[in-house]
Structures are given as structure tokens and as C-alpha cells.
Design a protein around this ligand. Structure first.
Ligand code: NAD
Ligand code: MG
Length: 391
């Protein structure tokens, strides 16, 4: 019996993970902790059905509601940041990190500290503090398994291979909702338009990040941190069909591609069953029916986020934490209608430049406190930049 916990259980990744657990033969998994946010009804329903030991809402004001919803079930109810960390630290074999944003970092670290295998959907923790995450895993003999579809694809492409023979990593991008829009129209794109993805069904924030390519920018940095590959060896390729998820290029010129339907349950299931491969309820591709797959280079003018990711990697240190935090605030600003679609990248760039003008600020050593400090500074500065633009 494998003991599993799901951080961010009520989200898109969390619900897909629960779907796979629901379908597994009885006795395969024992659910330890489920965590969520304001969707207390969903959290309580899943915790009851799966017989979780504890259910946690991130928000203290929802504790009473959660308690009431769990009444008589035997599932413990808890709330708040401390409870989230405590849930992640409960002994488990496998923990899904699927909270969105930098908020996923501390709970993910707590899971690694107890030695659990961490299935990492929360790319933001790698962008903010990749070296800290990987060092924590090493120190506690824990494993990090990528769940982002591109990174799972790369991970699978590397099984049994000599890492020294890896020449390049290519991650694909659908191009998001606006890939075929004329550039002039982008300035007026609305949050509703950006939140519709052509191929993947995901949470709202990551879908908008796909349209701006901030998602791919985070993923390039995530790949660097997960696989220890130099930035110059990581490429992005626009592939509108989202069928090839990533390719690994080797010294002999071979390119190994991971091909599959755009369904997150593949990457989640691969991590859930790792190191075994088991049957998964995903569509079997009919390539003849698909007929063709297309690829093109990303256009830098359309996707300034990709350029910013390169700058962040060149700068190193804690600039990833500043980048991610500024991006989260810029995204909030866009969703709230305070700034335009193209202004998100401008805000992030401005934050990076203001923070780096204070020497040493984004190049300090990696510990959780320093990362959270930079995260907080970048959020404040991003808030100022947005206020200046809107006043
Ligand atoms: P989502 O918005 O659907 O769900 C997020 C989950 O995190 C919810 O359970 C929510 O309650 C919880 N949460 C939100 N803010 C929180 C906070 N401050 N503290 C504690 N919990 C909080 O997001 P998602 O699309 O499932 O994405 C989750 C993570 O997985 C993100 O890092 C995303 O980049 C990554 N990811 C998602 C997909 C996808 O297909 N959805 C694919 C690859 C990677
Ligand atoms: Mg991805």
C-alpha cells in the first residue's frame, strides 16, 4: 500500500491525480493528506471518499466550514499555512506538489524533508529555488519526479541514457491562445480570451501564462534546475498540436521525442507509478488520423517572456524568485483588468531591473528565508510598478 498526499488537491492537477487514485484497484493507495483552498466542499467530498487522514484548507477562515463538512467522517480538519506544512510533513511515500505559485515551495520542501518522493507539478518552486529543492532532496535521500508534461517527457527520454551524451533539450509550446493573432491585437487581449487554451484543460493562471509564454519561460528555468543542463542547450519549439511534449538530443545526433495526447494524467500517472509503467486511461494516439505535426521557432517579439527567462538564467542567484513573484503580481494585475496583456512582461522586466540595481539583492545564497524575502520584495516592487502605470 503506497501512502500518498496531494497538496493542491482541489485544482486541475490535484483532481486529475485523484481521478487516477479513484481508478486504481482498492488497496493500492492509502491517502494521508489532501489540501486545498476555498473550495471546501470539493476538498471534504474527496477526503471522505478517499478516507484521508487529514484535510487542510489554506485559509483559516474556512476551518469551521471544513469541520462541518467532515463531521462524522473521521477525517481530521485543519487550516492555515502551518497546517499545510504539517500535512506535507506527515509520513507518506509519495507527495503531489500541485499548489499554484510560490506558495507551493515551503510545503514541497517539508515533503522532501520527510524523505517522500515529490511529484512536482509546482514549477514555481524550481524557478524560485531550484538549488534549494534539489539540495533538500539529496540531503534527505528523497526523489523529485517532474510532473510538468514537458519535463516528464525529458525525464522519460533520459532513462538509461548517459547524461554526458545529452547535447540539448527541446521543450515544445503550443503557443497558447494568441499564437495566430496579429501582434497589434495582443495589447487589447482580455483575461477571458487568454484563459482559453487551444489544447490543454488547465487551471486559469497557467492557461493565461501559456498565452503569454510566461509558462514556457518558467519551464525553461525549471528544465535547467531539474536536469542541470546549461541554458544554451535548452530550446523552445512552437508545436501547435501539443502531441510531441519534448525531445532530448544526444551527441550522436539522435533526437528522442516523447509523443502522447495532451492529457496531464499521463505525466501524473507516470510519476504515481514510477519506477513502474502501468496502464493509464489516456487516449491512444492514431498518428495516421492526425496526419501531420507542425513546428516553428518562437517569435521573440510575440513572446518577450522567453527573453526574460534567458536573462534570469544568465543572472542566476535568486533572480528566479524575483522573476516568478513579479510574474504572479503582473498576472494578478492582468486578471483584475489593471494592466494589459503585453504590460505583464514590461512589469516583470522593470521589477528585475529595479531589484538588481541594489547590489547583491538577487544573488544571495539559497535558504527558504532568503527566497521568501526576495519573493516579498519583488511582489512589493511589482505592486509599485503597476500602481505607477495605472495612476
Ligand atoms: P489550479 O489553480 O487549478 O489549482 C491550484 C491548487 O492550489 C488548488 O487546490 C488551490 O486551492 C491551491 N492553492 C492556490 N493558492 C494557494 C495558496 N496560496 N496556498 C495553498 N494552496 C493554494 O492550478 P493547476 O492548474 O492545478 O496547477 C497547479 C500547479 O501545477 C501549478 O504550479 C502549475 O504551474 C502546475 N502545472 C499545471 C498543469 C495543468 O495541466 N494544470 C500542467 C503543468 C504544470
Ligand atoms: Mg508544461
Amino acid at each position: 500500500m503506497r501512502r500518498v498526499s496531494i497538496l493542491g488537491a482541489t485544482g486541475s492537477i490535484g483532481q486529475n491525480t485523484i481521478d487516477l487514485i479513484d481508478r486504481a484497484p482498492p488497496g493500492t493507495f492509502e491517502v494521508v493528506a489532501l489540501t486545498g483552498g476555498r473550495n471546501v466542499a470539493q476538498l471534504a467530498e474527496d477526503a471522505r471518499r478517499l478516507g484521508a487522514a487529514v484535510a487542510v484548507t489554506a485559509h483559516e477562515e474556512h476551518l469551521e466550514e471544513l469541520r462541518a463538512a467532515l463531521d462524522g467522517s473521521g477525517v481530521e480538519a485543519a487550516a492555515g499555512q502551518g497546517a499545510l506544512i504539517e500535512a506535507a510533513a506527515r509520513p507518506a511515500d509519495w507527495v503531489m506538489s500541485a499548489i499554484v505559485g510560490a506558495a507551493g515551495l515551503a510545503p514541497g520542501l517539508a515533503a522532501l524533508e520527510q524523505g517522500a518522493t515529490l511529484a512536482l507539478a509546482n514549477k514555481e518552486s524550481m524557478v524560485c529555488a531550484g538549488p534549494l529543492v534539489m539540495a533538500t532532496a539529496r540531503r534527505h535521500g528523497a526523489t523529485v519526479l517532474p510532473v510538468d508534461s514537458e519535463h516528464s517527457a525529458v525525464f522519460q527520454g533520459l532513462v538509461g541514457e548517459d547524461r554526458a551524451a545529452v547535447e540539448r533539450i527541446v521543450i515544445t509550446a503550443s503557443g497558447g491562445a494568441f499564437r495566430d493573432w496579429p501582434l497589434e491585437r495582443l495589447a487589447h487581449a482580455t483575461p477571458a480570451e487568454a484563459a482559453t487554451h487551444p489544447n490543454w484543460d488547465m487551471g486559469q493562471r497557467i492557461t493565461i501564462d501559456s498565452a503569454s509564454m510566461f509558462n514556457k519561460a518558467l519551464e525553461v528555468i525549471e528544465a535547467r534546475e531539474l536536469f542541470g543542463v546549461e541554458p544554451a542547450r535548452i530550446e523552445v519549439l512552437v508545436h501547435p498540436e501539443s502531441i510531441v511534449h519534448a525531445l532530448v538530443g544526444f551527441a550522436d545526433g539522435a533526437l528522442m521525442a516523447h509523443v502522447g495526447p495532451p492529457d496531464m494524467r499521463h505525466a501524473i500517472g507516470y510519476a504515481l507509478n514510477w519506477p513502474e509503467r502501468r496502464a493509464l486511461p489516456v487516449e491512444r494516439l492514431d498518428l495516421a488520423a492526425l496526419g501531420q505535426l507542425t513546428f516553428r521557432a518562437p517569435d521573440d517579439r510575440r513572446y518577450p517572456a522567453l527573453r526574460l527567462a534567458r536573462e534570469v538564467m544568465a543572472r542566476g542567484g535568486l533572480s528566479g524568485a524575483a522573476f516568478n513573484a513579479a510574474k504572479e503580481i503582473a498576472l494578478d494585475g492582468f486578471i483584475a483588468g489593471r494592466i494589459g496583456f503585453l504590460e505583464m512582461a514590461e512589469v516583470v522586466e522593470e521589477v528585475l531591473s529595479r531589484l538588481s540595481s541594489e547590489p547583491g539583492r538577487i544573488d544571495a545564497s539559497f535558504d527558504l528565508e532568503t527566497v521568501l524575502h526576495i519573493d516579498g520584495s519583488a511582489r512589493r516592487v511589482a505592486g509599485q510598478v503597476i500602481s505607477e502605470r495605472t495612476s
